[in-house]
Design a protein. Structure first.
Length: 290
């Protein structure tokens, strides 16, 4: 078995961290991740610099990336203007996102669910390269509570994206719920991914459950960077190196050099000046003590 891993650290991870890194440093992180064998990296977000200063200078980041053959570089866009900026940089994949609930879309994007859906559909209609649509709060919403899986499946069916990713944005899902929803959405006949957070320490079990149900792609963040502004106690995304260690132990091919990835997390720890959430970069991948 094999799976596509997408490291979202340079975008989703850093966007939700207290530190702000310059474009050159963010590009260096992307380059280190690609050198470690990550097949896909969410490198930037094309948003207004004044509104999301941590993601300022997206074009400068992309210009400083050393493109590697076989690595897919993605960018998040929130509107048609953002898509035009992405197209100008030549990134390989377009990521779009919307929430599964009315209130989340209103609080997070100042739009109704119908408006958010229409916005995403307009971007997808224009896209001239592979697309991923991520449905946030697919398993639970901080404003509305539990989310009806049928509503998520109906929303997924409307989206003409090449790939559909189900996000446990606030880290409330359990493996049985993930297995059920991934299986249901996979029935649409498109590749399905899972984006997990480890807020309640179920993120890695959920990732395995998603694979068992037919997921082709898993999101993770180097060092466990990130979080969610609507879950202030969230521990962030599942850590890429921890996920790779788990998958390798289960015989799942990732194409990632785990030792090289551990070095990236240790480097990033020095850059940020603090201990990261990931475990494997501290414990090491080897069973035998050095």
């Amino acid at each position: 078995m094999a799976v596509i891993l997408c490291d979202v650290g340079p975008r989703d991870g850093l966007q939700n961290e207290p530190e702000t890194l310059a474009p050159a440093m963010r590009a260096e992180l992307v380059n280190k991740l690609s050198a470690a064998g990550l097949p896909r990296i969410e490198a930037v977000s094309f948003v207004r610099d004044d509104r999301v200063p941590k993601m300022a200078g997206a074009e400068a980041v992309v210009a400083a990336i050393d493109r590697r053959e076989g690595v897919e570089y993605a960018g998040l866009v929130l509107n048609e203007q953002g898509f035009e900026r992405l197209r100008g940089t030549g990134l390989d994949r377009v990521n779009v996102t919307l929430g599964a609930t009315e209130t989340f879309n209103q609080r997070n994007g100042n739009a109704t669910l119908d408006e958010a859906t229409a916005r995403v559909e307009r971007i997808l209609a224009q896209a001239d390269r592979p697309t991923t649509a991520t449905i946030s709060v697919a398993f639970g919403c901080p404003f509305e509570g539990e989310v009806d899986p049928g509503v998520v499946a109906e929303l997924a069916a409307k989206l003409e994206a090449d790939e559909l990713v189900l996000a446990d944005t606030i880290g409330v899902a359990t493996p049985s719920a993930v297995r059920s929803l991934v299986d249901r959405v996979a029935g649409l006949g498109k590749p399905v991914g899972f984006h997990g957070h480890n807020t309640r320490n179920t993120g890695y079990a959920n990732a395995l459950a998603a694979l068992e149900a037919g997921a082709n792609e898993l999101d993770a963040s180097v060092g466990g960077l990130g979080g969610c502004p609507y879950a202030p106690r969230a521990t962030g995304n599942i850590a890429t190196e921890d996920l790779v260690y788990l998958l390798q132990g289960e015989g799942v091919e990732t194409g990632v050099d785990l030792e090289a990835l551990i070095k990236v997390s240790r480097w990033l720890e020095g850059v940020l000046g603090r201990t990261l959430e990931g475990q494997v970069y501290r414990a090491g991948a080897s069973i035998v003590s050095a």
